[in-house]
Design a protein. Structure first.
Length: 173
């Protein structure tokens, strides 16, 4: 998106992705006896996810999942967890970064709910990870929603990072 929107955004903005499990989400998995992959991080995407994204022009074949770390948080201007439970746990573990954390609803200024927030759509047992990583309908719907969210939040994110003029917005007082 940065490269396609012009204004040299891709030269001015660096995007990182990392995972964070946190205490509350760990409790949620344990309460449902959903085993976590071991190791959880440094994993490649599943073949299906790689193919789905490649069809959309995004090559993630060299991507590996990674865990959030202090250095990454310190050098970030915006941290955008996609679940409120993750924001809560990040602030609990790293209280000094709270001012950098924005949920999707906060960036959009309106309610935005992702499909994966409805926990009734996936198995809440040992089949969980196989489903969320290998069900084509689930994966495509989630990617569609992520793209929609990023499209809607794009100018706000750019404005937060580079200022309203860079984002093509009028400055407000």
């Amino acid at each position: 998106m940065l490269a396609h929107e012009g204004a040299d955004y891709a030269k001015k903005i660096r995007v990182n992705s990392a995972g964070f499990l946190g205490k509350e989400l760990t409790r949620w998995f344990r309460a449902r006896a959903i085993p976590l992959p071991d190791p959880l991080f440094n994993q490649p995407p599943t073949e299906l996810i790689r193919i789905v994204l490649l069809k959309r022009g995004i090559d993630i074949s060299l991507h590996r999942s990674r865990a959030v770390n202090r250095a990454m948080l310190d050098c970030s201007d915006i941290i955008n967890p996609l679940l409120s439970i993750l924001k809560k746990d990040l602030v609990s573990e790293y209280p000094d970064i709270g001012r950098k954390i924005f949920l999707p609803n906060e960036l959009l200024g309106k309610e935005f709910t992702f499909y994966w927030e409805d926990t009734s759509v996936f198995p809440q047992n040992s089949r969980f990870y196989n489903f969320v990583h290998n069900d084509p309908s689930y994966i495509n719907r989630n990617i569609d929603e992520l793209e929609e969210y990023l499209r809607l939040a794009f100018s706000t994110i750019v404005s937060c990072l580079l200022g309203p003029k860079e984002a093509g917005q009028k400055e407000t007082k």
